[in-house]
Design a protein around this ligand. Structure first.
Ligand SMILES: [Zn+2]
Length: 219
């Protein structure tokens, strides 16, 4: 790959797409601790440089990753990588989620963790979103009502907003706001005072309130 110009860099959830002027794409994923390091071309090469781009103005961009978990793949013009990622939470609509859920089998908790349904939604946010929407984690994904799907979209966005607020408080050295249901097994639900329970679904812990998320219709 020589003498190519970078047209733009796109972010797709945790993937970066470096789009070149001939339409080829270099798809990069940092995984655990990869990062870009910019230096002059005559500086010593970083110890864990996995990829090196030399620029025409005498600079060098290295993908540095001490654990060698990052990935970078070259995709020829006209053959873009297949990400198959769903919409990001802030772009999620009830209609899109409804369509995605209708095609899925399995519990709503497990389906929401699938990045093809919603991109970048982790175990904590799924538990928090289901609690906010009053949906049982084991509810069959395809059997949710329209109202439940709408509540779930609101719940996902609220849980993400809460997560950002939590990060801000953490950085400012303020006391953490507790999660609504995640990691609260045995504590009283803040909404109905029922004891929060924990179960395992697809190998991951799920926290939920049998009081206000009690109905597991559609199983
Ligand atoms: Zn409750």
């Amino acid at each position: 790959m020589v003498s190519r110009r970078v047209v733009r860099v796109e972010r797709h959830a945790k993937h970066q797409h470096i789009v070149l002027d001939d339409g080829a794409i270099v798809a990069v994923h940092f995984r655990m601790n990869g990062d870009w390091e910019l230096a002059h071309a005559h500086d010593p090469l970083p110890s864990y440089a996995r990829i090196v781009f030399a620029t025409t103005d005498g600079m060098r961009l290295c993908l540095v990753d001490s654990r060698a978990l990052c990935t970078a793949t070259y995709h020829a013009p006209g053959a873009p990588p297949e990400l198959a990622l769903g919409p990001e939470p802030d772009a999620l609509t009830a209609g899109a989620l409804w369509d995605a859920l209708a095609r899925r089998t399995g519990s709503i908790k497990t389906v929401l963790l699938d990045q093809r349904v919603v991109a970048g939604l982790g175990n904590i946010y799924v538990a928090e979103a289901l609690w906010r929407a009053r949906v049982h984690p084991a509810h069959r994904a395809s059997a949710l009502s329209g109202r439940q799907v709408q509540a779930l979209v609101r719940g996902i966005k609220a849980a993400i907003a809460d997560g950002f607020a939590r990060q801000g408080r953490y950085r400012a050295g303020l006391r953490d706001r507790p999660f609504r249901v995640y990691d609260r097994e045995g504590s009283a639900c803040t909404r109905c005072r029922t004891k929060v329970e924990r179960m395992t679904q697809a190998g991951r812990s799920t926290y939920w309130c049998p009081g206000c998320q009690g109905r597991r219709a559609g199983r």
